[in-house]
Design a protein. Structure first.
Length: 176
């Protein structure tokens, strides 16, 4: 699980710059317009950008419409992550962060609006994205396609939501 994030993993030795990010629409989407080019911890930067943008724009969406950006990001991400992974030579390069963006947006869409929920969702997602509990860990190891890159983060988001639900029930604090 954690070996994915070791310095020896080739996925974290590729550091594309802004020229690469904006060399194609797929790269711009996959690296979320440059968030994936920030080092160290591009996944954290991508997740943070997603949480902040969701928090800023969620007042303009209501109900089921909150899920639309996440579903769009997931769909576009399957294509963009697949193409960018091929172009980088590493299917799940650390710089590809559209998977984190889509998962964070879908997670936050299932939570009450507000800065506290956004912060809790961001933090919980990062923990479960790094730990990679099953089935995310299996998908991460075995599916080396754009769909696999995107899917493992959906399961991390599901684990994060479940953990926040438990915390909410135990503390009475409405996180989900």
């Amino acid at each position: 699980m954690l070996e994915k994030y070791s310095a020896s993993n080739p996925a974290y030795r590729v550091h594309p710059g802004l020229r690469f990010v904006f060399s194609s629409p797929a790269h711009a989407i996959a690296l979320f317009f440059g968030a994936g080019a920030i080092h160290p911890a591009p996944g954290t930067w991508g997740s943070l950008a997603a949480a902040v943008l969701f928090w800023l724009f969620s007042p303009f969406l209501a109900g089921a419409a909150l899920f639309v950006p996440g579903l769009f990001a997931f769909s576009a991400g399957v294509w963009a992550a697949g193409r960018t992974g091929r172009d980088l030579g590493i299917p799940d390069a650390g710089a590809i962060v559209i998977d984190e963006v889509a998962a964070v947006w879908l997670l936050l869409a299932a939570m009450p609006p507000g800065a506290v929920s956004a912060a809790a969702g961001f933090a919980a997602f990062r923990v479960f994205d790094i730990v990679k509990l099953p089935p995310a860990s299996v998908i991460d190891r075995k599916m080396h396609s754009g769909f696999g890159v995107m899917l493992d983060d959906l399961f991390a988001a599901a684990w994060a939501w479940a953990a926040l639900w438990i915390v909410s029930r135990l503390t009475g604090f409405a996180l989900v």
